[in-house]
Design a protein around this ligand. Structure first.
Ligand code: FES
Length: 321
């Protein structure tokens, strides 16, 4: 996450689907905000101090405002509940970013696959692709019609290029058919819950020729994944090279927790290994990657780690902090 941050005013809140509120953020005195590209996200610091990242879902042509959409997650860790239950309009929030880890890459066409609020980063992509005159198709699934966020905007934008799938009536989106119908020269972008992204990944791997989807994970790994069923590593040491500090990371605490005691400004957000905010260069030692930011195929050669969830496979880990 960029270290650039500023206080922005929550100018407006509106419902865009059941359990989904959209916040429009502007400079308190008005004025242009830094430009951004589809796929970008920002980090909000909530009144409680919680920090959460959300995809920008507004119009890139609207230079005066950033817009995020927040799905209320009753079983989440409190960020979305705070946004839904607090009267935020008229308050200022610290906002950091924007950062883009999900950019539109050049392609002849695009298949955009959204699950629930996963539509947020894909909506500005659809606008951008329309503006560029490139072929695209968007499939949005949600539990029922009332949860299809931005359905009207999407249909107005894309007409028959948009397929809305209320799953209580229509079942799950037919991802296999959508991928089979998308030419190999078309890029696949997907954002949604983990099972959907896992299905997209598996279908893309099995395709002939195999294709590599662009994925944005907005929820952390669930606890029954094989990765998380691996016991946490035990205690290890971290050396912070630039700060000249050495500390012990106990088995029941994260590297981030321990580092923040000495370096309270170290960036972080999701604390679950999916946003990339806490990515830290590793100068020596062997990280035990537990995040979903670094592709598993790239882990053996990765020179960074997400210190909120990843641990150490060596007794000592040296970090560039
Ligand atoms: S804080 Fe989000 S990946 Fe570490």
């Amino acid at each position: 996450m960029s270290s650039d941050s500023e206080r922005l005013l929550v100018r407006q809140a509106r419902w865009v689907a059941r359990d989904v509120v959209e916040l429009r953020l502007t400079r308190p005195a008005g004025g242009a905000l830094p430009p951004w590209e589809p796929g970008a996200h920002v980090e909000l610091t909530l009144p409680s101090g919680l920090r959460r990242t959300y995809s920008l879902c507004g119009d890139i042509a609207d230079g005066q405002a950033w817009t995020v959409a927040v799905h209320r997650a009753p079983d989440g860790r409190g960020g979305s509940r705070e946004i839904h239950d607090t009267a935020l309009v008229g308050r200022e929030l610290e906002v950091r970013g924007p950062v883009n880890r999900f950019p539109l890459m050049p392609a002849e066409g695009y298949l955009l696959l959204a699950g629930g609020i996963g539509v947020a980063p894909l909506l500005p992509m659809a606008r951008e692709l329309t503006a560029r005159g490139l072929p695209w198709r968007l499939v949005l699934g949600a539990r029922d019609r009332s949860r299809l966020a931005y359905a009207e905007e999407l249909v107005a934008l894309g007409g028959e290029r948009v397929l809305l799938v209320p799953q209580d009536k229509a079942g799950l989106p037919d991802l296999a058919a959508e991928l089979a119908a998308a030419p190999p020269t078309h890029a696949v972008y997907a954002c949604g819950p983990r099972p959907m992204l896992d299905a997209v990944t598996a279908l893309c791997r099995a395709a002939d020729p195999p294709r590599t989807p662009h994925l944005e994970r907005f929820t952390a790994a669930v606890s029954d994944t094989p990765e998380e069923s691996v016991p946490r590593s035990g205690e290890f040491e971290v050396v912070l090279n630039r700060s000249g500090l050495r500390m012990t990371v106990p088995a029941d605490r994260s590297v981030l927790d321990v580092v923040r005691e000495k370096l309270p400004d170290v960036p972080y957000s999701c604390e679950e290994g999916y946003c990339g905010s806490c990515e830290t260069p590793v100068t020596a030692g062997l990280p035990d990657h537990r995040d979903t930011v670094i592709d598993p195929a790239e882990r053996p050669t990765a020179t960074t780690m997400m210190i909120c969830v990843s641990r150490s496979a060596s007794p000592v880990l040296e970090l560039d902090l």
